[in-house]
Design a protein around this ligand. Structure first.
Ligand SMILES: Cc1cc2nc3c(=O)[nH]c(=O)nc-3n(C[C@H](O)[C@H](O)[C@H](O)COP(=O)(O)OP(=O)(O)OC[C@H]3O[C@@H](n4cnc5c(N)ncnc54)[C@H](O)[C@@H]3O)c2cc1C
Length: 349
């Protein structure tokens, strides 16, 4: 590797939740890290609500990685809160309204042991502020992370430690060597792409069958003082006593532009739930990066051994990213057992 260039152990592309946590844990393990990212490129982590639920989706399932990641990720947010002295995560109850199909399913699955500790089993009408939420259950152990505060604090930290470079990654400036890579004025033993849905625009991992989905959210004020999360067709999360975020739509037209259709879908949901005097503050969009098997993607390229990926976090990045990043950093550059189920080599080149 070139001796005149500055050298780091790991170069990370992207400062969303994946890149931030991976850099954080690698640095804690004594690795030198540089993050190259651009604020001009849209970021799913900032569009997100930061919601963490064990029971989720229209089928009210408890996905497999929840068991291994949820509690560890909550602990990680809590310890960052202590380290930084800022409020990053809060615990809430979710009031989840069920449609007729979900009610039938709930009757069956709620008898399972796991569900009884995570939810109020009874499906009934509930009142909250002046809203009436018919056919609803309560989901306990749900959390809300503050995405902007988390990512901005990581950014300040990386910047202060001279670990951050504001730049758009250009593959033409990358050279691969047997022992590492060169990029612009630096060399590194490893390069890891943490660039969310933008990974599908780069050639290196174009063999992965991505199935990305756009989502839109609205921030709004309303008269209600509510501290619970409400979920019907969309979730509504409290950002302060009268400040809320609603989302997210599900759309396969992949661009970052806010749409009238998305806006009206969300405004209809706000009205349908009975929120009064609402005032829309902001309309955001983001793209969730999914692989076709919906599992995260972690590990080293099968042909280019120094190129890695940490992504495919879908709609659960706030639950999985902290725990998976910690696990990878622990045995870096190798993986532990849990990470093997997310190994990128499951896709053929
Ligand atoms: C509307 C919406 C709501 C969501 N709500 C939730 C939720 O409530 N809970 C939850 O757990 N998950 C939620 N998600 C999913 C969650 O946001 C993602 O799983 C997670 O943010 C993905 O993080 P990431 O770091 O992989 O990607 P990203 O957050 O997209 O980060 C990628 C980073 O790479 C940078 N980048 C990309 N390309 C380049 C390049 N060429 N050069 C330089 N930099 C580059 C970008 O600027 C960005 O900083 C939601 C997603 C959306 C879209």
């Amino acid at each position: 590797m070139g001796k005149t260039k500055s050298h780091v152990d790991v170069l990370i592309i992207g400062q969303g939740i994946a890149g931030s946590f991976l850099a954080h844990f690698l640095e804690k393990k004594g690795k030198t890290v540089c993050i190259l990212s651009s604020k001009t490129i849209p970021n799913a982590s900032k569009a997100a609500a930061g919601l963490m639920q064990r029971i989720s989706g229209k089928f009210l399932t408890i996905p497999p990685l929840i068991d291994s990641c949820f509690a560890e990720s909550v602990d990680i947010y809590r310890s960052l809160e202590q380290e930084w002295g800022i409020p990053l995560i809060s615990k809430h109850t979710t009031i989840r309204c069920l449609n007729s199909i979900q009610k039938k399913r709930w009757k069956k699955i709620s008898k399972r042991n796991l569900y009884s500790s995570l939810s109020s089993l009874e499906c009934k009408s509930r009142s909250l502020s002046s809203l009436t939420l018919d056919d609803s259950i309560e989901l306990f152990d749900t959390y809300l992370v503050n995405p902007s505060l988390l990512l901005n604090t990581f950014y300040d930290y990386f910047n202060a430690k001279d670990m951050y470079r504001e730049s758009i990654f250009n593959p033409e400036n990358l050279t691969l060597h047997p022992q590492g890579i060169s990029y612009d004025s630096m060399t590194s033993d490893h390069l890891i792409f943490c660039c969310g849905s933008h990974i599908s625009e780069l050639d290196f991992f174009s063999h992965i069958p991505f199935d990305n989905v756009k989502g839109e959210t609205l921030e709004f004020y309303s008269d209600h003082h509510i501290n619970s999360i409400i979920q019907k067709d969309h979730f509504i999360v409290p950002y302060g006593s009268q400040h809320f975020k609603i989302g997210a739509t599900y759309d396969r037209k992949l661009n970052y532009l806010p749409t009238k259709h998305g806006y009206h879908q969300l405004v209809d949901s706000i009205q349908d739930l009975g929120f009064s005097n609402s005032q829309i503050l902001q309309h955001n969009t983001g793209i969730r990066c999914f692989s076709n098997d919906k599992k995260p993607i972690v590990g080293w390229h099968p042909l280019y051994k120094n190129l890695g990926i940490f992504g495919g976090l879908g709609s659960r990045g706030y639950i999985t990213a902290p725990s998976l990043a910690k696990q990878w950093a622990h045995d870096f550059p190798n993986y532990t057992t849990c990470l093997r189920s997310c190994d990128v080599t499951r896709f053929c080149v």
